[in-house]
Ligand binder design. Structure first.
Ligand code: ADP
Length: 664
């Protein structure tokens, strides 16, 4: 359809629009007579292009890597589609990418015979941000241009990177199975046009870059060879350089994972990782091995060294690509790996599945199940080895992915024990991470339990009043700061026969634990003999007065043995939900009713003593009730909780200060 007679004008096309405001489309007639539509890029793409086109990014040669990577993916997709619909690849099933420089015209053409794009795809995939990595790139922009530019390398901006070297991009495409070809053009300045292509369009995509003056190096065959060798050698299809009428394959054109480890350099692994994962950090760990047996497969898996942006996406999607005998099948096979290993990237290539395996057939597939079991075992073993070999490097892995791996403790009973050994924790007292084994080995005499505190952050855990007496005695408390902790701790219950115990729930009996510096340390600064100290009866009366004043707002009031510095804290009752979990569920609207807490008071604290004395002297009046309410609110504040009645708190506090200062 080169005549421009297009009766079926799509809805989003309006002819004769006077101005092209973003999102609008105008039509015109090209030199050849074909109808061209002008589209505005989505605002986000416009922003991206502005940065890309104006960047002085030093490694702009990566545009070639990005375009070749897209071309290779497009061939993989067609190869897979043609398994069930051979007609799609009819006539040309020798997948390849060609690179044709034209020095005279300062042009570079990158072409593939992959699946191609139709009109819809051209508009959707090249006019909007299709790629989640690119969206993440935009999210990370800070506004400082040089910082922003540095991010290009980190995220890889795909197709749009062409505008780092070109002032015009012309893309011709015919989608497999369709007769009509399309031409897409843009100078990267906010708009692109689409028109039916003239003449015969070969299947696939061909991208011609009009190179900028300062980018003419990219027509030199040697430079192109060098770039392809550096970034794209691992691409499994031939990359053919067409120069001076000669064709030359310039990459190894062999799936990297099929090559022996000894022949692969760390740089080649890293480049493959970038291509397969769309991540641009260096792999923290590379797991490359072949398994032969009941099922045979090769895996080349990577653990990233930085946290990918979608790690905590609720879908918990895996990112490992499945191949069968070197043919790409899918990158969406949830059965291949459990959610708790979703940080792994790379490929698995199976020998034991039919090539035409459909995505549906992958569900409940015994071969996939076996591969999954093998991959889990392997990954966990490799992590264990790394943990034993290099604790510091392992700590950086743990900070990135520990929260994900811990999901496995909860979900995968078979791996539970191994994963517990792999887990690391911050403690409220020390720097650095420790394992549960280290915790248990460092337990005090008489200590029966593994003490934990749940909090939003490590800093919050460290500020918690409930840990004071533990700290004073040198008893370690593990800080649990990931939401998943609430679940696995409950599921596991104990480690090496030592139960996990939250310091914010139930009673603690610290007296049986030998302290660091004897008992005095644990008794607080002014511990030991103290004539001034209120006796038990005075404290009991004070507790009774507090209960009366606080009513239903608390479940109970009792004397605390876990406080040394703070006057009060809140505790969940033994059978109730722990404080942090309750708050978490409330935040996620999973819970609207919160059980009343127990208020613990510190009989050794000055405020509590003074109150007990006043009560004993019989002249306290309303002061005890006011103080009880203020102290309860203070305990809530320490938990980081909103006060039920802030105005009431403020009024009481002001009155108390006024009283303290003496009336003016
Ligand atoms: P990404 O490749 O990460 O998805 P890009 O911006 O590079 O992001 O490309 C956007 C989309 O355009 C791709 O997902 C793909 O669907 C399509 N695309 C790009 N290049 C090609 C190509 N050579 N052949 C077919 N489709 C392509």
């Amino acid at each position: 359809n080169a005549t421009g007679e297009r009766g079926d004008m799509p809805e989003d096309v309006t002819a004769d629009t006077p101005e092209d405001v973003p999102g609008d489309v105008t039509t015109g007639v090209t030199a050849g007579g074909a109808q061209a539509e002008t589209h505005a890029f989505e605002a986000e793409v416009g922003r991206l292009l502005d940065i890309v086109a104006n960047s002085l990014y030093s490694e702009r040669e990566i545009f070639l890597r990005e375009l070749i990577s897209n071309a290779s993916d497009a061939c993989d997709r067609l190869r897979y589609a043609a398994l069930t619909e051979p007609g799609l690849a009819a006539g040309d099933a020798e997948y390849r990418v060609t690179i044709t420089p034209d020095a005279k015209k300062r042009r570079l053409t990158i072409a593939d015979n992959g699946i191609g794009m139709g009109r819809e795809e051209l508009i959707r995939d090249l006019g909007t941000i299709a790629r989640s990595g690119t969206a993440a790139f935009l999210d990370h922009l800070g506004g400082d241009r040089s910082d922003d530019v540095a991010l290009i390398g980190q995220f890889g901006v795909g197709f749009y990177s062409a505008f780092m070297v070109a002032d015009e991009v012309i893309l011709r495409s015919r989608k497999a199975g369709e007769a009509e070809g399309w031409e897409w053009r843009s100078d990267g300045k906010g708009r692109f046009t689409i028109a039916p292509a003239e003449g015969e369009t070969p299947r696939g995509v061909s991208i011609t870059l009009h190179l900028r003056k300062d980018a003419k190096e990219f027509v030199e065959p040697d430079r192109l060879r060098e770039i392809v060798k550096r970034y794209s050698d691992h691409i499994a299809l031939p990359i053919v350089l067409v120069a001076d009428g000669e064709e030359e394959t310039i990459n190894a054109a062999l799936a990297l994972w099929t090559r022996p480890k000894s022949e692969i350099t760390p740089e080649q692994y890293a480049e493959f990782y970038h291509h397969a994962s769309h991540l641009f950090d260096e792999p923290w760990l590379t797991i490359h091995n072949r398994v032969e047996g009941k099922v045979s497969y090769t895996n080349l898996l990577f653990v990233p060294s930085a946290r990918p942006f979608d790690l905590f996406h609720p879908e918990r999607k895996g990112h490992v690509k499945l191949y069968v005998k070197r043919v790409f099948i899918t990158d969406d096979c949830p059965e291949l790996l459990p959610g708790y290993l979703r940080f792994l990237r790379g490929v698995v290539d199976s020998e034991d599945m039919p090539l035409n395996v459909s995505r549906e057939m992958l569900q409940h597939n015994p071969v996939v199940a076996r591969i999954r079991a093998g991959l889990i075992k392997r990954a966990v073993a490799e992590l264990k080895r790394k943990a034993a070999k290099d604790a510091e490097a392992y700590a950086s892995f743990w900070e990135n992915f520990g929260a994900v791996l811990k999901e496995g403790i909860y979900e995968d009973a078979g791996q539970r024990d191994t994963l517990l050994e792999l887990a690391r924790f911050h403690t409220v007292e020390g720097d650095g991470l420790i394992s549960l084994a280290e915790y248990v080995e460092g337990m005090k005499e008489g200590q029966e339990a593994i003490y934990t505190i749940s909090a939003e952050t490590l800093a919050a855990a460290r500020r918690s009043p409930q840990i004071e007496a533990f700290r004073a005695r040198g008893v370690r408390v593990l800080a649990l700061t990931d939401p998943v902790d609430e679940f696995w701790v409950a599921a596991v219950g104990q480690y090496r026969d030592k139960p996990f115990r939250s310091v914010t729930r139930g009673q603690v009996d610290l007296d049986r634990i030998a302290g660091d510096e004897g008992k005095d340390a644990a008794e607080g600064k002014d511990g030991g003999k103290d004539d001034d100290a209120p006796d038990d009866r005075a404290i009991d009366s004070l507790i009774a007065a507090f209960k009366l004043a606080l009513g239903d707002a608390v479940k109970d009031v009792r004397a605390s043995s876990r406080l040394t510095e703070s006057p009060v804290c809140l505790i969940a009752d033994e059978g109730d939900m722990d404080i942090h979990l309750e708050r978490l569920l409330k935040q996620h609207r999973q819970l609207d009713h919160v059980a009343p807490r127990i208020l613990e008071i510190n009989p050794k604290h000055g405020v509590i003593r003074a109150l007990a004395r006043r009560l004993g002297a019989g002249d306290a009046g309303d002061a005890i009730g006011d103080a009880a309410k203020l102290l309860l609110d203070q305990a809530r504040l320490m938990e980081g909780e909103p006060l039920p009645d802030p105005a009431d708190f403020a009024k009481r506090l002001a009155a108390m200060i006024e009283k303290g200062m003496g009336r003016a």
